[in-house]
Ligand binder design. Structure first.
Ligand SMILES: [Zn+2]
Length: 345
């Protein structure tokens, strides 16, 4: 039985794009990393990858009748309605797929955060709240296509909610709060306007995807896409084993996060690299070690080491570099070079 409403392209069948896959897997292992920003041309499968990842994750237990899909096992993160119900009854739950919510362009703030019906509140004395997209995204992914075209204040708001895990709506002295824990995935096309550096820095990881220029790779992308379109069921069945193995690794990685060691020597290397690159604040180091820890856990390592740092350094740091007027090289090149200089070959 599939819980997904429609067949989704298997995550394991995505050709190459290793950096994007690694970044998305890290954020699924540890959502505290703070989301992923994916830069790239149209048609490079950014939205496919998010959906594929969500479909890969194990279905979640959600309280029946709850508008936020509360987790019945996380008593300290229940919404107000579930809290009240939990005092007198055992919360019934069912399995639901991990949600992926799309943020449409031109969306109103009310639609995003939810709307409080002030008239009903005043006339009937009831707190009428119509949940928005943030409620639907709880415990899943919020995908913003063309994040650079979304109004800055909305991007700011989304990042704030994602970081706090709670949506608070206040109007005229009334307020409603509900859990809203989600991983923010933003896609951007660098040719269509830039994101303010202050917003860039607040995304955990950033990756660049390109249309494959290698002939074989490109043929493989087309072949798999064609095969999927012709018989989705058969294609999904063919990749099921790989997808199952990935799912098990992600689940094990989440459990391992609390156990894996982070030696001081590794932390020192991370800090040295950030100092060398001149990144502002401590967010760069924090993200770098969190992402390295997520990958280490995912790969079942006993402790985080330099190889883990190496693989996440570019995604964790490249969007946090200040523009250097004397250095016109791209940010990926600058991170690569800094790793050479600080850590050696
Ligand atoms: Zn609830």
């Amino acid at each position: 039985m599939s819980l997904s409403p429609r067949p989704v392209f298997p995550f394991s069948a995505i050709v190459a794009q290793d950096e994007m896959k690694l970044a998305m897997i890290s954020s699924a292992v540890d959502p505290a990393i703070g989301g992923v920003l994916v830069f790239g041309d149209r048609g490079t499968g950014k939205s496919t990858a998010v959906r594929a990842l969500a479909a890969l994750l194990p279905p979640m237990h959600a309280v029946i009748g709850c508008r936020y899909g509360c987790d019945p096992a996380a008593l300290d993160a229940l919404c107000q309605e579930c809290q009240t119900r939990a005092e007198t009854e055992t919360l019934k739950h069912r399995l639901v797929p991990v949600p992926v919510v799309d943020m449409p362009l031109g969306v109103t703030e009310d639609r995003v955060v939810g709307a409080l019906d002030l008239e009903r509140a005043l006339s009937q004395g009831v707190k009428a709240f119509e949940p928005g997209l943030l409620a639907r995204a709880n415990r899943g992914f919020l995908y913003i296509d063309e994040v650079n075209l979304l109004e800055d204040h909305l991007v700011d708001l989304l990042i704030d909610v994602a970081a706090s895990g709670e949506n608070v709506v206040e109007r005229e002295g009334l307020s409603v709060r509900h859990p809203a824990r989600f991983v923010l995935i933003g896609s951007g096309n660098p040719e269509e306007g830039e994101l303010r550096p202050q917003l860039l820095d607040r995304f955990g990881l950033s990756v660049e995807v390109k249309t494959p220029s290698d002939l074989q790779e490109r043929m493989e992308v087309i072949k798999r896409r064609d095969e999927f379109e012709r018989d989705k069921g058969a294609f999904i069945a063919k990749w099921k084993k790989q997808d199952d193995a990935l799912r098990r690794k992600i689940i094990a990685g989440r459990k391992r996060l609390q156990e894996i060691e982070m030696p001081d020597s590794v932390l020192e290397q991370a800090t040295k690299l950030c100092m060398h690159l001149g990144t502002d604040g401590l967010r760069a180091e924090l993200t770098l070690i969190r992402a390295a820890r997520a990958i280490g856990s995912y790969e079942h390592a006993d402790e985080v080491d330099l190889s883990h740092l190496r693989r996440v350094a570019a995604p964790a740091l490249r969007h946090r570099l200040r523009r250097d007027p004397l250095d016109e090289s791209g940010s990926s090149v600058r991170v690569e070079r800094a790793m050479q200089e600080v850590w050696g070959a």
